[in-house]
Design a protein around this ligand. Structure first.
Ligand SMILES: Cc1cc2nc3c(=O)[nH]c(=O)nc-3n(C[C@H](O)[C@H](O)[C@H](O)COP(=O)(O)OP(=O)(O)OC[C@H]3O[C@@H](n4cnc5c(N)ncnc54)[C@H](O)[C@@H]3O)c2cc1C
Length: 535
């Protein structure tokens, strides 16, 4: 028997939980989440949420900063919506119990919040909870959601595919999803009046990423397979400095370290940023990421150094206590030793195309948060605008779905069929393809691209996909297999979008078209059966 609900939410980060909380006022909600409920990109967000929260700031300034970062591709109306509706969403988080750092009244404008200034922002506007904002947002939302009797959270349930009725001779409507219940090993069917993808980013498509393991682009891959339009996948943001250590996963070294005088050096100790940009180590995030990538590719080195040993040890320990302690855990005393760093995939600017309410191109299917392409980020994301985007569009989607049509009977859809599949006796195929795919994405489709490398990547991805599909039909599904299939799809979409953009813009840089072409200030869009093209 299928499970049925009014709203099926896939993902429990800031977007999914915000939607679940608000929609629970209008109906029953099931939240599927593939590991423990709080495991998400949201939990690891450090900096904070950007919003105009002080009289010393203005909507016009936040809009301008966002548009500038987006390099000509932001949708102005989306930016306007996010910026003007953002403050109310931050206040709402406070109402449900999120505790942001407070400042003295009158500290900067008339705000009660301690607002940070971040790169690319022309005013102090980043609300934060120390450097663990995401953890606090996730905690507050979860506590509120758990108080609602109308929300049911299913942990360790990995959505496999969306259920679209067209596949069974019905209308082109999304009516639910199949999900793997990891405890029982069974695939369950969930039918819903509205399906909301809130499945986050896809950092795991690259060898190095700041994202947790859940970020395998499942939502984008499922939406693509179901026939939804996808946009701007070539714009992947890389953070320039992530700790390089075989055991330390995804530890970010804040850009504030370079602000305080840390220097990037080659393995032989030579500083290199000045030869890439006159601003040296203080150049913007994407410029630094490109320079580090260039140095690593040129020398074949596995990392570069980030060195703050010129500063007094007491200063380093006091200014960066968290980083000091974390690196010490891995045997690196940052006050006396340089830190091995690599750039790492951080944020997916593109995703599933949506309108101003989170509606996708498939009726019944909605997308919010990092998996959506709302037009806010354009070709590059302004720091701390992504939690904001999740909050604003989750709220808008819930409002738009207030009055659900419950008149129709539930559709007849087949239960998940295992066919002739059996247990796998060669899981090595998964690990091999997983490593190969992520490494080839890093080397060929990373920060600096070329037409030749993209072509090579496309060929190899197609080959790996063939093997993955063969494996998929032969054996029982597992989460590892589902994630592998999804990162392969996301890899394919990134390459297709990147190949079709014959210029460099924002986060997409190719040596074959190194300049920006004003005629190409358009989105790249594609869907299953329709090749990537500019719109
Ligand atoms: C280290 C780090 C620091 C960051 N700092 C900031 C910052 O300071 N400010 C800012 O604005 N942004 C920041 N970001 C980005 C921001 O955290 C994310 O963009 C945002 O949290 C995404 O929220 P989301 O709800 O869309 O997705 P997520 O929070 O990633 O949640 C996705 C959810 O979907 C679930 N899921 C995925 N696939 C499936 C599936 N198949 N079935 C079931 N469940 C599934 C996951 O388990 C998870 O629960 C940072 C990101 C990282 C990684």
């Amino acid at each position: 028997m299928p499970l049925t609900t009014d709203y099926l939410v896939i993902g429990s980060g800031v977007a999914g939980l915000t939607f679940a909380l608000e929609a629970s006022a209008f109906g029953d909600v099931i939240v599927l989440t593939k590991r423990s409920v709080d495991e998400s990109n949201t939990k690891y967000a450090q900096g904070g949420i950007a919003a105009v929260l002080s009289t010393a700031d203005s909507f016009a300034a936040h809009i301008k900063d966002t548009l500038e970062a987006g390099a000509g591709l932001c949708h102005e109306r989306t930016v306007e919506i996010c910026v003007t509706e953002g403050p109310a969403r931050v206040r709402r988080l406070q109402e449900i119990g999120a505790r942001f750092d407070l400042a003295e009244k009158g500290h900067d404008g008339d705000t009660d919040l301690d607002l940070h200034l971040e790169g690319g922002h022309s005013a102090r506007r980043v609300a934060h909870a120390a450097d663990m904002t995401g953890r606090e947002v996730e905690r507050a939302l979860l506590e509120a959601v758990k108080r609602s009797p109308r929300v049911r959270i299913l942990e360790d349930h990995c959505a496999v595919d969306l259920i679209t009725l067209a596949k069974y001779g019905g209308p082109d409507v999304c009516a639910g999803a199949y999900a793997l219940d990891e405890e029982s090993g069974q695939v369950v069917t969930v039918l819903a009046r509205a399906v909301i993808l809130a499945s986050g980013g896809a950092g795991k498509v690259y060898l190095y990423t700041t994202n947790p393991d859940v970020a395998s682009g499942d939502g984008v891959a499922m939406a693509y397979r179901a026939g939804a339009e996808i946009a701007n996948m070539e714009f992947y943001q890389f953070h320039p400095t992530c700790l390089f250590h075989p055991q330390a996963k995804r530890f970010l070294l804040t850009e504030a370290m370079r602000g305080e005088g840390a220097i990037l050096r080659r393995l032989d100790g030579t500083p290199f940023m000045k030869s890439h940009d006159p601003r040296g180590d203080l150049a913007p995030r994407d410029v630094v990421a490109r320079a580090v990538d260039f140095e690593m590719k040129k020398s074949g080195a596995e990392h570069v150094w980030l060195d703050i040993t010129d500063k007094k040890p007491e200063f380093v320990r006091e200014r960066f206590p968290n980083i000091y302690e974390e690196c010490l855990r891995w045997g690196i005393d940052i006050s006396t030793q340089p830190i091995p760093v690599v750039p790492a995939a951080h944020f997916m600017c593109g995703g599933i195309t949506t309108n101003f309410e989170g509606r996708t191109t498939i009726p019944g299917l909605w997308a919010i948060g990092e998996c959506a392409s709302t037009g806010l980020h354009g070709a590059n994301r302004l720091a701390s605008n992504s939690l904001l985007e999740g909050l604003v569009f989750a709220h808008r989607a819930a409002e738009a779905l207030k009055d659900l049509d419950r008149s129709k009977p539930w559709p007849e859809v087949p239960e998940w069929e295992t066919g002739t599949a059996g247990p796998s006796d060669e899981a090595v195929v998964i690990t091999q393809n997983w490593d190969e795919l992520r490494r080839l994405m890093w080397n060929y489709v990373g920060i600096v691209r070329s037409s030749t490398r993209l072509r090579r990547a496309a060929r190899r991805i197609a080959m790996l996909q063939e093997e993955i599909v063969e494996y998929y039909w032969k054996y029982f599904v597992t989460r590892d297999l589902l994630e592998l299939r999804n990162i392969a799809t996301v890899a394919q979409l990134i390459v297709e979008c990147a190949e079709s953009r014959k210029e460099s813009r924002g986060l997409h840089f190719t040596i074959d078209y190194p300049t920006t072409d004003p005629k190409l200030a358009r989105d790249t869009v594609l869907k299953r059966g329709v090749a990537a093209h500019m719109r």
